[in-house]
Ligand binder design. Structure first.
Ligand SMILES: [Zn+2]
Length: 491
């Protein structure tokens, strides 16, 4: 049994001014061929699950490209075309294949297209023909389109946010693909797109409307006729027609059942739409509450400047307020500012420097903060994720400096990465549990690893491109009307 395997993953924030080019992929992950298997074996990722499943079932994997970049602006046309061509060339050259396994995101917007995965899957389908099954894992934030549904045999969306089930979805994808190849399963699918654009901070699956929907989906999946159910919360920071929540149900040769279940889940999501509305306290109030809290550490979640949602990761309003009120025993993790890192590196550990920190990518989200502090540590920014997310996977922050400004420790990084793992703080010599306040630039993912060690979590409504206030953006391509941007009753 031979399955082709590849990964091409990007979550595109079309409002970002940072183009996603080859360098952005090289900074995160860009591998070819057998390197894919070496890098991902044993990790808490979709590829990790697929590799484990293949080993358990005696499947030979034929590896192609693995390309992923931190969320940012559109994927540049050249890189998209080159990566697609390479993947298709590998597919044509792979010889006899029994199936195709793809680890995609579902919210990639390459120039000049709207729907990267739909385009890629159409090309994959044309290459392998109608008889070879194509199984795809997709992020919980996929903006699923008709083209993706049409050209994939089965889609498997993550069921958790924070995403702690990626390896489980990878294993599921290969198991169901084996069922299809063996003729044990004939997938029939239904897909629904209620007119909902939930902000990301309201999409967590620990509670709220996504928990409710996934509890019902879990009941549905107990029916042996149901193959898989995915409720994609969608990625709202993409000005494309198909952004937003959608429901995907696959059954075994029972289209009526798939349609009925998908209709029910779509109606349930709509009925609970108001629970997706999300607000957070403003910066001054949130900082005051953190400092007044009796325990430690208090996590201040900078939900609007989440690089994992395509924000810059360099906004400074929370830092500015912490300095203004004289906060101590505080760590700000992590500010993307390679220039500030270089200034610290030139000065050396122990030196006192004055630098402008952050606020350099997009002036509409605030200005740099001029600080004078002591360079506490310098490092290469390499670490290994301890999990639950990306367990075992290497992380790279690039050259990294910690600048200590009267006991406000600013972690400055050179490569954008969401603050989702306390290891990113430990690796630069700071014990996160000893701090009074931890600022983390993350919308929801931080919860998986930070909530267990935090005394309290306070979300902050600061400026940034991953804000919950979607009314701050001008959408031109999104289908309208849509909740919560428009007031309407669907017919
Ligand atoms: Zn996601």
């Amino acid at each position: 049994m031979r399955f082709f395997v590849a990964m091409f993953s990007h979550e595109t924030n079309t409002f970002s001014t940072i183009p996603t080019d080859r360098r952005q992929f090289e900074a995160r992950d860009l591998r070819y061929g057998g390197e894919l298997l070496e890098a991902y074996r044993g990790t808490g990722t979709c590829l990790g699950g697929m590799i484990e499943g293949a080993a358990a079932r005696g499947v030979t994997l034929v590896p192609s490209v693995a390309a992923a970049a931190s969320p940012a602006g559109r994927v540049v046309a050249d890189f998209y075309a080159e990566t697609k061509r390479r993947l298709l060339d590998d597919l044509r050259g792979a010889g006899g294949l029994d199936g195709v396994l793809l680890d995609l995101h579902g919210a990639m917007v390459p120039e000049p297209l709207e729907d990267g995965e739909g385009d890629l899957l159409r090309a994959v389908r044309e290459t392998v023909g109608p008889a070879v099954p194509v199984a795809v894992t997709l992020d919980f934030h996929a903006n699923v389109t008709h083209e993706m549904v049409r050209h994939a045999t089965l889609l498997h969306g993550y069921k958790t946010y924070p995403h702690v089930d990626m390896d489980a979805r990878g294993r599921e994808a290969i198991e169901r693909l084996l069922d299809v190849v063996a003729g044990r399963l004939r997938p029939t699918v239904a897909w629904r797109q209620p007119l909902l654009l939930p902000p990301i901070a309201s999409q967590l699956t620990a509670r709220g409307p996504m928990r409710l929907l996934y509890d019902r989906a879990a009941e549905m999946e107990r029916d042996p006729r149901v193959v898989t159910v995915s409720i994609f919360a969608g990625f709202p920071l993409a000005d494309i027609r198909d952004a937003g929540l959608s429901v995907y149900v696959a059954t075994d040769h029972d289209p009526g059942l798939a349609a009925g279940l998908a209709d029910e889940l779509a109606a349930t999501a709509w009925a609970h739409r108001n629970e997706f509305l999300h607000t957070a306290p403003p910066v001054d109030e949130a900082v005051a509450r953190a400092l007044a809290a009796p325990g430690r550490p208090v996590v201040l979640a900078d939900i609007a400047d989440n690089t994992g949602g395509g924000a810059a990761g360099d906004t400074t309003e929370i830092l500015r307020e912490l300095l203004r009120v004289g906060a101590r025993q505080t760590t700000v993790a992590c500010v993307w500012d390679a220039d500030a890192v270089q200034a610290c590196a030139r000065a050396g550990v122990g030196a006192t420097v004055t630098v402008d920190v952050g606020g350099k990518v997009d002036p509409s989200h605030g200005a740099p903060v001029r600080v004078t502090g002591r360079v506490r540590t310098l490092s290469d920014g390499r670490f290994v994720h301890r999990g639950p997310m990306f367990r075992g996977l290497e992380g790279r922050l690039g050259p990294t400096a910690v600048l200590d400004v009267n006991d406000v420790k600013i972690i400055l990084i050179s490569l954008r990465w969401q603050t989702l793992d306390p290891e990113m703080i430990r690796v630069v010599g700071i014990d996160p549990t000893a701090e009074k306040v931890l600022v983390v630039k993350s919308s929801v993912h931080y919860r998986a690893a930070f909530e267990p060690l935090a005394h309290a979590v306070i979300e902050v409504d600061a400026p940034g491109l991953s804000t919950s206030n979607l009314g701050r953006f001008t959408f031109k391509n999104l289908r309208r009307p849509i909740f919560p941007l428009d007031e309407f009753q669907p017919t």
